[in-house]
Design a protein around this ligand. Sequence first.
Ligand code: HEM
Length: 180
Amino acid sequence: MYGLVNKAIQDMVIKDHGAQKWNEIRLKAGMEDERFVSLKSYPDKLTYDLVSAASQVLGADAENILAAFGEHWVLYTANEGYGDMLDFTGSTLPEFLKNLDLLHLRVQNMMPHLQPPKFECIEITENEVELLYFSEREGLVPMVMGLLNGLGQRFNVNVQVEYTHKKEASGEPHRFRVTW
Ligand code: HEM
């Protein structure tokens, strides 16, 4: 994944636990360089190793770290020069969710090797959607739950997320019910 993702993990760990814990995590994950380059693409394995090292060093479940990361990502990208892109994506939660693919398409202009997830948003009622999440990457469902909570905060709504269907085969989606 692009360095921006690893930098956001770094930012979250340093804010919550300090620079010393972060260095321990970075070295445990085999990352020798002290800095990530936002627009450089790193192997996915490094991101997974950082989450796993954080889980060991901080004594927290990897799922909880991913969920916290998802929440942090919404704030982090807004402060790291992607605020306009977030603003263009939608001014309400359902509008934003419908435009998630458009958002990653815009990101792809800057990050040509981006392998973004895909989403489909089905309106159920005025305050409920079914969200389909397509990705070939494994294990990121808790991050999506965190992202949705982060978006709830962004739009100042009390969002509830239920993970209703696990992906059953390659190319199939994970499904969530999102209400607010
Ligand atoms: C301006 C804001 C955003 C930027 C710059 C951005 C950029 C990125 C980048 C760089 C990756 C790593 C993929 C790669 O490097 O190949 C990624 C992955 C991902 N993004 Fe975004 N993103 C943004 C907002 C969002 C939002 C609001 C969501 C909410 C659902 C989201 C959902 C995801 C997910 C779930 C992944 C994990 C990859 C996967 O599932 O395969 N992103 N995004």
